[in-house]
Design a protein around this ligand. Structure first.
Ligand code: GLU
Length: 313
Protein backbone atom coordinates (compact mmCIF):
# COMPACT_ATOMS: atom_id res chain seq x y z
CA UNK A 1 0.00 0.00 0.00
CA UNK A 2 1.24 3.50 -0.82
CA UNK A 3 1.99 5.65 2.18
CA UNK A 4 0.51 9.13 1.94
CA UNK A 5 3.20 10.59 4.20
CA UNK A 6 6.77 10.36 2.92
CA UNK A 7 9.11 9.32 5.74
CA UNK A 8 11.25 12.07 7.23
CA UNK A 9 14.50 11.22 9.03
CA UNK A 10 12.76 11.67 12.37
CA UNK A 11 10.32 8.93 11.35
CA UNK A 12 13.07 6.53 10.32
CA UNK A 13 12.41 3.00 11.45
CA UNK A 14 15.46 3.13 13.72
CA UNK A 15 14.87 4.01 17.37
CA UNK A 16 17.82 3.74 19.70
CA UNK A 17 18.37 4.71 23.30
CA UNK A 18 20.85 5.25 26.10
CA UNK A 19 19.75 4.08 29.52
CA UNK A 20 22.14 5.05 32.31
CA UNK A 21 21.55 4.10 35.94
CA UNK A 22 21.97 7.24 38.04
CA UNK A 23 24.08 5.60 40.73
CA UNK A 24 27.01 7.96 40.17
CA UNK A 25 28.43 10.42 37.65
CA UNK A 26 29.02 9.33 34.07
CA UNK A 27 32.45 7.75 33.58
CA UNK A 28 34.36 6.72 30.48
CA UNK A 29 32.64 3.32 30.20
CA UNK A 30 29.16 4.84 30.14
CA UNK A 31 30.30 7.53 27.70
CA UNK A 32 31.34 4.69 25.37
CA UNK A 33 27.79 3.27 25.49
CA UNK A 34 26.26 6.72 25.04
CA UNK A 35 28.49 7.49 22.05
CA UNK A 36 28.09 4.12 20.35
CA UNK A 37 24.31 4.14 20.66
CA UNK A 38 24.10 7.80 19.60
CA UNK A 39 26.29 7.48 16.52
CA UNK A 40 24.61 4.29 15.40
CA UNK A 41 21.20 5.99 15.68
CA UNK A 42 22.19 9.27 14.04
CA UNK A 43 24.10 7.73 11.17
CA UNK A 44 21.02 5.65 10.39
CA UNK A 45 18.74 8.72 10.50
CA UNK A 46 17.25 7.29 13.66
CA UNK A 47 15.83 8.67 16.88
CA UNK A 48 17.85 8.46 20.10
CA UNK A 49 16.06 8.41 23.43
CA UNK A 50 17.31 8.84 26.95
CA UNK A 51 16.00 6.80 29.87
CA UNK A 52 17.08 7.19 33.48
CA UNK A 53 17.12 3.71 34.93
CA UNK A 54 16.28 4.67 38.49
CA UNK A 55 14.05 1.66 39.14
CA UNK A 56 16.39 0.58 41.94
CA UNK A 57 15.59 3.75 43.89
CA UNK A 58 17.75 3.11 46.97
CA UNK A 59 20.88 2.90 44.75
CA UNK A 60 20.03 5.97 42.66
CA UNK A 61 20.16 9.67 43.34
CA UNK A 62 18.75 12.79 41.74
CA UNK A 63 22.16 14.40 42.11
CA UNK A 64 23.73 11.66 39.98
CA UNK A 65 20.89 11.91 37.43
CA UNK A 66 21.46 15.67 37.21
CA UNK A 67 25.21 15.15 36.74
CA UNK A 68 24.60 12.62 33.98
CA UNK A 69 22.28 14.97 32.09
CA UNK A 70 24.75 17.82 32.51
CA UNK A 71 27.61 15.66 31.24
CA UNK A 72 25.66 14.47 28.20
CA UNK A 73 24.75 18.05 27.34
CA UNK A 74 28.32 19.25 27.81
CA UNK A 75 29.48 16.48 25.49
CA UNK A 76 27.05 17.61 22.79
CA UNK A 77 24.49 14.78 22.85
CA UNK A 78 21.01 15.74 21.66
CA UNK A 79 18.22 13.34 22.59
CA UNK A 80 14.74 13.09 21.16
CA UNK A 81 11.69 13.71 23.32
CA UNK A 82 11.53 13.85 27.10
CA UNK A 83 13.79 11.86 29.39
CA UNK A 84 11.93 8.75 30.62
CA UNK A 85 12.29 8.00 34.34
CA UNK A 86 11.76 4.41 35.38
CA UNK A 87 10.63 5.50 38.83
CA UNK A 88 7.56 7.05 37.12
CA UNK A 89 6.69 3.88 35.24
CA UNK A 90 5.94 1.37 37.96
CA UNK A 91 2.29 1.04 36.87
CA UNK A 92 3.45 -0.29 33.51
CA UNK A 93 5.73 -2.81 35.22
CA UNK A 94 2.91 -3.90 37.55
CA UNK A 95 0.62 -4.39 34.56
CA UNK A 96 3.20 -6.52 32.78
CA UNK A 97 3.66 -8.65 35.89
CA UNK A 98 -0.11 -9.11 36.21
CA UNK A 99 -0.18 -10.29 32.59
CA UNK A 100 2.53 -12.83 33.33
CA UNK A 101 0.66 -14.01 36.43
CA UNK A 102 -2.50 -14.48 34.37
CA UNK A 103 -0.51 -16.47 31.81
CA UNK A 104 1.00 -18.68 34.55
CA UNK A 105 4.56 -17.68 33.61
CA UNK A 106 5.59 -16.43 37.05
CA UNK A 107 5.46 -17.77 40.59
CA UNK A 108 5.72 -16.27 44.07
CA UNK A 109 8.89 -17.11 45.93
CA UNK A 110 9.40 -17.22 49.70
CA UNK A 111 13.14 -17.91 49.68
CA UNK A 112 15.46 -15.56 51.51
CA UNK A 113 18.92 -14.61 50.29
CA UNK A 114 20.41 -16.76 53.04
CA UNK A 115 18.40 -19.79 51.94
CA UNK A 116 19.75 -19.37 48.42
CA UNK A 117 23.34 -18.73 49.49
CA UNK A 118 24.49 -22.22 48.42
CA UNK A 119 22.91 -22.05 44.96
CA UNK A 120 24.91 -22.88 41.88
CA UNK A 121 26.16 -19.71 40.23
CA UNK A 122 25.50 -18.77 36.62
CA UNK A 123 28.48 -17.79 34.43
CA UNK A 124 27.70 -14.12 35.18
CA UNK A 125 27.71 -14.74 38.94
CA UNK A 126 23.92 -14.74 39.43
CA UNK A 127 22.56 -17.46 41.71
CA UNK A 128 20.63 -20.10 39.77
CA UNK A 129 17.33 -20.57 41.54
CA UNK A 130 17.07 -24.18 42.80
CA UNK A 131 13.30 -24.28 42.17
CA UNK A 132 12.10 -24.48 45.79
CA UNK A 133 8.85 -22.52 45.27
CA UNK A 134 8.32 -23.22 41.57
CA UNK A 135 5.45 -25.66 42.14
CA UNK A 136 3.92 -23.66 45.01
CA UNK A 137 4.93 -21.97 48.24
CA UNK A 138 6.03 -24.37 50.98
CA UNK A 139 3.40 -24.63 53.74
CA UNK A 140 3.44 -21.74 56.15
CA UNK A 141 5.67 -19.56 53.98
CA UNK A 142 4.74 -16.19 52.53
CA UNK A 143 5.58 -14.79 49.13
CA UNK A 144 8.47 -12.33 49.13
CA UNK A 145 9.37 -11.99 45.49
CA UNK A 146 8.07 -12.97 42.05
CA UNK A 147 10.13 -15.03 39.63
CA UNK A 148 9.62 -16.00 36.03
CA UNK A 149 9.87 -19.73 35.27
CA UNK A 150 12.35 -20.31 32.45
CA UNK A 151 11.68 -24.03 31.96
CA UNK A 152 14.02 -25.41 29.31
CA UNK A 153 14.03 -22.24 27.22
CA UNK A 154 16.97 -21.58 24.95
CA UNK A 155 17.54 -18.18 23.44
CA UNK A 156 19.78 -17.30 20.51
CA UNK A 157 20.37 -13.97 18.83
CA UNK A 158 22.80 -12.46 16.37
CA UNK A 159 24.66 -9.60 17.99
CA UNK A 160 25.84 -6.99 15.48
CA UNK A 161 29.29 -6.90 17.13
CA UNK A 162 29.71 -10.09 19.16
CA UNK A 163 28.16 -12.50 16.65
CA UNK A 164 25.86 -15.38 17.49
CA UNK A 165 25.03 -15.63 21.19
CA UNK A 166 23.15 -18.70 22.37
CA UNK A 167 22.08 -19.44 25.93
CA UNK A 168 20.39 -22.17 27.84
CA UNK A 169 18.41 -20.21 30.42
CA UNK A 170 18.04 -23.07 32.90
CA UNK A 171 21.81 -23.38 33.37
CA UNK A 172 22.86 -19.81 32.62
CA UNK A 173 20.19 -17.78 34.40
CA UNK A 174 17.60 -19.89 36.21
CA UNK A 175 14.15 -18.60 37.22
CA UNK A 176 14.99 -14.92 37.69
CA UNK A 177 13.36 -12.25 39.80
CA UNK A 178 10.89 -9.78 38.31
CA UNK A 179 9.67 -8.26 41.57
CA UNK A 180 12.02 -8.13 44.49
CA UNK A 181 11.33 -8.85 48.14
CA UNK A 182 11.50 -5.09 48.85
CA UNK A 183 8.64 -4.57 46.38
CA UNK A 184 10.78 -2.95 43.68
CA UNK A 185 10.54 -4.19 40.12
CA UNK A 186 13.68 -5.80 38.73
CA UNK A 187 15.78 -4.18 36.04
CA UNK A 188 15.10 -7.09 33.63
CA UNK A 189 11.36 -6.48 33.64
CA UNK A 190 11.62 -2.68 33.58
CA UNK A 191 14.00 -2.61 30.63
CA UNK A 192 11.85 -4.94 28.52
CA UNK A 193 8.64 -3.01 29.23
CA UNK A 194 10.34 0.35 28.61
CA UNK A 195 12.11 -0.61 25.39
CA UNK A 196 8.82 -1.90 23.98
CA UNK A 197 6.82 1.14 25.14
CA UNK A 198 9.34 3.46 23.47
CA UNK A 199 9.34 1.38 20.28
CA UNK A 200 13.08 0.80 20.55
CA UNK A 201 14.29 -1.12 17.50
CA UNK A 202 18.03 -1.22 18.25
CA UNK A 203 19.85 -1.58 21.55
CA UNK A 204 23.54 -0.61 21.58
CA UNK A 205 25.10 -1.00 25.04
CA UNK A 206 28.01 -2.48 26.95
CA UNK A 207 28.87 -6.17 26.74
CA UNK A 208 28.56 -6.46 30.52
CA UNK A 209 24.83 -6.77 29.75
CA UNK A 210 25.21 -9.66 27.28
CA UNK A 211 24.04 -12.21 29.84
CA UNK A 212 20.99 -10.06 30.58
CA UNK A 213 20.01 -9.97 26.93
CA UNK A 214 18.97 -13.63 26.83
CA UNK A 215 16.79 -13.07 29.89
CA UNK A 216 15.29 -9.99 28.28
CA UNK A 217 14.55 -11.75 24.99
CA UNK A 218 12.87 -14.54 26.94
CA UNK A 219 10.71 -11.99 28.78
CA UNK A 220 9.83 -10.28 25.50
CA UNK A 221 8.61 -13.65 24.24
CA UNK A 222 6.57 -14.26 27.41
CA UNK A 223 4.98 -10.81 27.11
CA UNK A 224 4.42 -10.98 23.35
CA UNK A 225 6.71 -7.99 22.75
CA UNK A 226 9.03 -7.47 19.78
CA UNK A 227 12.76 -8.16 20.18
CA UNK A 228 15.04 -5.28 19.17
CA UNK A 229 18.34 -5.84 17.37
CA UNK A 230 21.31 -5.87 19.73
CA UNK A 231 24.90 -4.67 19.49
CA UNK A 232 27.11 -5.05 22.56
CA UNK A 233 30.14 -2.79 22.69
CA UNK A 234 33.30 -3.99 24.43
CA UNK A 235 33.39 -2.91 28.04
CA UNK A 236 36.18 -0.58 29.10
CA UNK A 237 38.37 -2.24 31.71
CA UNK A 238 41.38 -0.95 33.63
CA UNK A 239 44.85 -2.47 33.56
CA UNK A 240 43.74 -4.99 36.22
CA UNK A 241 40.89 -6.16 33.96
CA UNK A 242 38.19 -4.55 36.12
CA UNK A 243 35.23 -2.80 34.52
CA UNK A 244 35.47 0.98 34.91
CA UNK A 245 32.79 1.84 37.41
CA UNK A 246 32.22 3.72 40.62
CA UNK A 247 33.49 0.65 42.52
CA UNK A 248 36.82 0.67 40.64
CA UNK A 249 37.19 4.41 41.18
CA UNK A 250 36.72 5.29 37.52
CA UNK A 251 37.20 9.02 36.99
CA UNK A 252 34.01 10.91 36.06
CA UNK A 253 33.93 12.35 32.54
CA UNK A 254 35.66 15.76 32.59
CA UNK A 255 33.00 18.17 31.32
CA UNK A 256 35.55 20.95 31.10
CA UNK A 257 37.25 18.96 28.29
CA UNK A 258 34.47 17.15 26.46
CA UNK A 259 36.39 17.10 23.16
CA UNK A 260 39.26 15.19 24.75
CA UNK A 261 36.83 12.69 26.25
CA UNK A 262 35.00 12.14 22.97
CA UNK A 263 38.30 11.77 21.12
CA UNK A 264 39.34 9.02 23.56
CA UNK A 265 35.96 7.29 23.23
CA UNK A 266 36.24 7.27 19.43
CA UNK A 267 39.69 5.70 19.69
CA UNK A 268 38.39 3.11 22.13
CA UNK A 269 35.66 2.29 19.62
CA UNK A 270 38.25 1.57 16.93
CA UNK A 271 38.09 4.92 15.12
CA UNK A 272 41.10 7.15 14.57
CA UNK A 273 40.14 10.80 14.53
CA UNK A 274 42.87 12.90 12.85
CA UNK A 275 45.36 14.26 15.41
CA UNK A 276 44.47 17.87 14.58
CA UNK A 277 40.96 17.25 15.94
CA UNK A 278 42.30 16.56 19.43
CA UNK A 279 42.15 20.24 20.36
CA UNK A 280 39.39 21.22 17.91
CA UNK A 281 35.92 22.44 18.96
CA UNK A 282 33.61 19.63 20.05
CA UNK A 283 31.24 20.28 17.14
CA UNK A 284 34.02 19.53 14.63
CA UNK A 285 34.77 16.25 16.32
CA UNK A 286 31.09 15.27 16.14
CA UNK A 287 30.99 16.11 12.44
CA UNK A 288 33.98 13.83 11.91
CA UNK A 289 32.49 11.11 14.13
CA UNK A 290 29.16 11.10 12.29
CA UNK A 291 30.88 11.04 8.89
CA UNK A 292 33.19 8.18 9.83
CA UNK A 293 31.21 6.01 12.23
CA UNK A 294 30.83 2.32 11.49
CA UNK A 295 30.14 -0.57 13.85
CA UNK A 296 32.52 -2.64 11.71
CA UNK A 297 35.51 -0.84 13.28
CA UNK A 298 34.50 -1.65 16.85
CA UNK A 299 36.60 -4.42 18.39
CA UNK A 300 34.78 -7.70 18.84
CA UNK A 301 35.12 -9.15 22.32
CA UNK A 302 33.51 -8.48 25.66
CA UNK A 303 36.25 -6.27 27.15
CA UNK A 304 38.98 -3.90 26.05
CA UNK A 305 41.61 -2.18 28.16
CA UNK A 306 41.12 1.53 28.27
CA UNK A 307 44.16 3.80 28.05
CA UNK A 308 42.42 6.76 29.69
CA UNK A 309 44.06 7.81 32.95
CA UNK A 310 41.96 6.71 35.92
CA UNK A 311 42.21 7.58 39.60
CA UNK A 312 44.72 5.34 41.31
CA UNK A 313 44.48 3.54 44.63
N1 GLU B 1 21.07 0.93 33.18
C1 GLU B 1 22.04 -0.01 32.68
C2 GLU B 1 23.43 0.45 33.05
O1 GLU B 1 23.64 1.62 33.33
C3 GLU B 1 21.98 -0.15 31.19
C4 GLU B 1 20.80 -0.89 30.78
C5 GLU B 1 20.60 -1.08 29.29
O2 GLU B 1 21.24 -0.40 28.49
O3 GLU B 1 19.77 -1.89 28.97
O4 GLU B 1 24.32 -0.36 33.08
Amino acid sequence: MLSLCPMTPAQSAYRGRFAPSPTGPLHFGSLVAATGSYLEARTRAGAWHLRMEDVDLPRCSMVAAGQILETLEACGFEWDGEVVWQSHRTDAYAQALEGLKAAGRVFPCACTRRELADSVLAPDGAAIYPGTCREGLPAGREARAWRVAVGDARVAFEDAIQGLIASDLATEAGDFILRRADGLFAYQLAVVVDDAAAGITHVVRGADLLASTSRQIYLQQCLGLPTPKYAHLPVAVNAAGEKLSKQTRATPVDIARPGRELFAVMEFLGHRPPAELSGAPLSELWVWAKANWTLAKVARGPALTCGVQQASG
